[in-house]
Write a protein that binds this ligand. Structure first.
Ligand code: BTN
Length: 252
């Protein structure tokens, strides 16, 4: 697709650059290469299909061709990776809410949920250092697919499955980038101050019981909120509140 056709099919807000590939290995790898070659802040890489999509903790990311939003954004401002994950998660929730009656929640640290099922995963990676440092946020959002037939985990869902309507991947991406800009246009400290309470308010299973599979131990307790570090605060049965910085949160 030439530059003009890409601009028409995948419009982006002012200040953004977009590169679209029908098929690629991983959009996170495309974004990392471009970041190391000096691409601008707010460059986004999109693909219809990935041959080596990656998830957190070394897992692979499965997405049938042409029906998911698979993209990676290069951020260069001095905002921490955890705050950028929060910013993007909140922006995805706000974009979905603006297009439907769905009420997504954020499963700490980086999944967007519809009910008890995952509709979107985010993957943060950092490249370079000093002034050349960039954070890549990869987004895998299940849009138009039947989760039972796409080879996805049984815990996954899609927007079309939860809300049967016409979902356009380019329109969703534009809506997400507009929401990102609302937060990212501020000073880095103001970005964090705006995003943190929204992230906390949207936490999946807030005030409810969870099990956390965290580096060699299982923690059980009630989700209380977030620490300023981005750790999840959980109240154990003893009443003690602990901060969890690594792990998978599960319904008990
Ligand atoms: C996770 O939930 O484990 C994170 C999944 C992130 C998947 C997206 S799809 C677009 C981008 N490219 C990748 O290879 N991974 C991310």
């Amino acid at each position: 697709m030439n530059v003009e056709a890409t601009r028409l099919l995948w419009p982006v807000p002012w200040g953004w650059s977009l590169h679209h590939h029908p098929i690629t290995g991983s959009t996170n790898d495309d974004a990392k290469r471009a970041a190391l070659s000096g691409c601008a802040d707010r460059t986004v890489f999109v693909a219809d299909e990935q041959t080596h999509g990656r998830g957190r903790l070394g897992r692979s990311w499965v997405a049938p061709p042409g029906c998911c939003l698979l993209c990676s954004v290069v951020f260069r401002r001095p905002v921490s990776p955890i705050a950028l994950v929060a910013l993007c998660s909140v922006s995805i929730v706000e974009a979905i809410r603006a297009s439907s009656d769905l009420t997504p929640r954020i499963k700490w640290p980086n999944d967007v949920m519809l009910g008890d099922r995952k509709v979107c995963g985010l993957l943060a990676e950092v490249v370079g250092h000093g002034d050349s440092r960039a954070t890549i946020i990869g987004i895998g959002l299940n849009v138009n697919l039947d989760p039972a037939n796409g080879g996805l985990p049984v815990t996954a869902t899609s927007l079309s499955h939860e809300c049967p309507q016409s979902w356009s991947r380019p329109e969703l991406l534009t809506a997400i980038l507009v929401q990102i800009d609302r937060h990212y246009a501020l000073e880095p400290s103001a970005t964090v101050a705006l995003v943190w309470p929204k992230w906390e308010a949207l936490l999946w299973r807030k005030h409810q019981q969870v099990r956390i599979d965290s580096a060699e131990e299982i923690i059980e307790g009630t989700v209380v909120g977030l620490a300023s570090s981005g750790a999840l605060r959980v109240r154990e049965a003893s009443g003690r509140v602990i901060e969890v910085s690594v792990g998978d949160v599960l319904a008990p």
